[in-house]
Design a protein around this ligand. Structure first.
Ligand code: ZN
Length: 330
């Protein structure tokens, strides 16, 4: 069943299956058991998982590497690349590619799982949490190539190129130390209740609580394609606030419940200063985002600079990231 959306998202307004929040209890943010671990300790489990009835399906298996999958991925990338060579629709590639390479989730073949949830495999992927999807990409990379990754990037401070090359004494980086935030002991949808430091008014109601949910893949797509002109952090908050239980007007709204007028009210203290609500909301949004940090720590090779920085993993060059060997000399 597709949830109704409050509109404003054009053709991407269709939310995948099970997007309702009204019948669930929320987990207080203070009770949320989020743990940060390293990738090699994660095994084949998802940081959140797929909620199926009162089960949370976390274990997954991947199909062994096959050139067929790689070619399928290459085709998806080609058909989504414009004449200038830019990938137009990375989320489309992700949701159509992953069903090829995932064998099972929660012990169920991916096709059966989609069928059980009355959806298609690509919509199943689209409805997965962002952190689960990025974890699957790291797992695929590990399965295809192991932990070593050749990073190459310019130091943001001095511009010197740092390129991993064991023959020149620069060993490869190690994906196993990427940190991952996982939600432990989850038995329901991760609907998280934030209690705000001070109440604010929405029409006649005093609101002290917000319901938040980690970002899903289709929401990430909306953020990528957003033409709102809003700062990115605001667009993200609009996606992640999924309920305002104290508000008569917004209690049972599906789709986007948060907007600029609510943000304004939440952030403005009666004292005329910035409300502590704002800090609490931003902290919560950052805290409840499970999944891997998609970057690796790099050091500048220039002895005069010695800068260290966090370099994003080049995972959106999907085919290269997953299937091309690090071992090139030039
Ligand atoms: Zn430098």
């Amino acid at each position: 069943m597709a949830a109704k959306n409050s509109g404003g998202f054009g053709s991407s307004a269709i939310a995948p299956a099970d997007d309702s929040t009204s019948t669930l209890n929320a987990i207080p943010l203070t009770d949320l058991n989020i743990e940060e671990i390293e990738l090699h300790d994660l095994g084949n489990t998802l940081p959140v998982g797929i909620i199926c009835g009162d089960e949370c399906l976390k274990d997954f298996t991947l199909n062994p590497y096959s050139a067929d999958y790689e070619i399928a991925l290459g085709r998806l990338v080609e058909s989504n690349t414009d004449r200038e060579g830019n990938l137009k629709d990375p989320v489309k590639v992700i949701k159509e590619f992953l069903p090829y390479v995932i064998n099972t989730i929660g012990g169920q073949p991916i096709k059966d799982l989609a069928k059980n949830l009355s959806t298609s495999t690509s919509r199943l992927i689209e409805g997965m949490y962002w952190g689960d999807v990025t974890t699957l990409f790291l797992a695929l990379r590990l399965q295809a190539q192991g932990f070593e990754i050749a990073m190459a990037a310019k130091c943001p401070k001095c511009g010197t190129l740092a390129e991993d090359n064991p023959k020149k004494g620069r060993s490869y980086h190690d994906l196993s130390s990427v940190t991952i935030k996982v939600i432990r002991d989850l038995t329901q949808k991760p609907l998280i209740e934030l209690t705000l430091p001070e109440g604010f008014k929405v029409f006649d109601d005093t609101v002290t609580r917000l319901w938040l949910e980690p970002l899903k893949l289709y929401q990430f797509d909306r953020l990528l394609k957003s033409t709102s002109g809003n700062p990115k952090d605001l667009d993200q908050i609009y996606q992640m606030v999924v309920g305002i239980p104290d508000s008569e007007a917004y209690r049972n709204v599906r789709g986007q419940v948060f907007d600029e007028s609510i943000y304004r009210a939440l952030c403005t203290s009666p004292s005329g200063r910035v409300s502590p609500n704002k800090n609490a909301l931003y902290k919560a949004v950052n805290k409840i985002q499970p999944g891997p940090a998609m970057w690796i720590e790099m050091d500048c090779v220039n002895p005069m600079c010695k800068n260290a920085w966090e370099q994003p993993l080049p995972w959106l060059s999907f085919r290269e990231f997953l299937y091309f060997s690090a071992d090139s000399d030039d």
